[in-house]
Design a protein around this ligand. Structure first.
Ligand SMILES: [Zn+2]
Length: 298
């Protein structure tokens, strides 16, 4: 009897002390994090989001221990699109747009039939939850200048000094790919092997794209059509050392679109969702095999 009791204690001890899997979103920590987000969302008047209903996953955290989370809708082996928001933590309405889109995908499985959509609505949670929200992450690094592009070591710091005049908001870091949030995006690209990526930013007010040069003209035409339909300009913004467009679009041939919303004002978020949802939906539907566009007419 004594031995059985002892065994019970030993088993209970190991069971209770077993750390939760990092991807376990039912943990108190992750649920607490969602509450923290919801409190912030409520300040912006965003009361219609349902983050607790989404099947989030996470395997990585930021330096401050916040989850780098995403949800995958559909079959991850199929034609895949990755959607990213809040790479810059102060570009607040981008977060609403992708949380709202995750709600939409959850309710409308036909929207990702035959493919997969990966939604990462808050790539830089430490920047967003700073007071006030900030562009850079908690190490002061611009995550859209930190990708390990081929030109990084030669050009990133030089570019920051010459073009950004050492503005701290654009600091690329001391090493390429040094940040958890950058490695998180790279891990998503490696795991899901997307054909398309859409990254939401604000407040510059245009579409921009980078991708495989062979069919860039066709893709450019498709985007020109979307630009006309949504009455929103298409601009070639340029390529930067360490940017996602450079890393994913130019170096890996992934069709990479940046949607710069026209303002970073949180209270405009619902309006932006309504305006851009048709374009985002069409982007998700756009069939791509290898570097080929399959639905150019639509
Ligand atoms: Zn941005």
């Amino acid at each position: 009897m004594k031995i059985r009791t002892l065994l019970l204690f030993v088993v209970a001890f190991f069971w209770l002390s077993k750390p939760a899997l990092p991807s376990d979103t039912s943990t108190k920590e992750f649920q607490g994090f969602l509450r923290e987000l919801e409190r912030r969302f409520a300040e912006y008047g965003w009361r219609d989001l349902k983050p607790e209903k989404i099947p989030w996953e996470y395997y990585r955290t930021t330096d401050r221990g916040r989850p780098l989370f995403f949800a995958c809708f559909g079959n991850d082996s199929e034609n895949c699109t990755i959607l990213l928001a809040a790479v810059h933590g102060d570009e607040i309405p981008t977060i609403y747009v992708l949380f709202k889109l995750a709600d939409y995908l959850k309710e409308n499985p036909e929207a990702y039939r035959g493919g997969c959509i990966v939604v990462a609505p808050l790539v830089n949670p430490d920047g967003f939850l700073a007071n006030p929200p900030q562009r850079v992450n908690s190490n002061g690094i611009d995550l859209n200048r930190n990708f390990p592009t081929r030109d990084w070591r030669k050009d990133a710091l030089r570019h920051w000094e010459a073009t950004a005049h050492k503005n701290k908001r654009y600091y690329p870091g001391r090493k390429p790919g040094s940040e958890d949030e950058t490695r998180f995006q790279i891990a998503l690209i490696n795991r899901f092997k997307p054909h398309k990526i859409l990254s939401l930013h604000s407040p510059l007010g245009f579409y921009d794209f980078d991708g495989p040069s062979f069919h860039l003209d066709n893709f450019g035409k498709w985007l020109e059509k979307i630009s006309r339909e949504t009455d929103y300009p298409l601009k070639k913004f340029g390529v930067y050392p360490g940017s996602l467009g450079n890393y994913a679009g130019l170096e890996r041939g992934i069709f990479t679109v940046t949607l710069e919303l026209p303002s970073s004002e949180p209270r405009m978020a619902e309006q932006f969702y309504s305006k851009f949802k048709p374009a985002v939906t069409k982007f998700m539907d756009l069939g791509i095999a290898g570097h080929r566009l399959l639905q150019l007419s639509d």
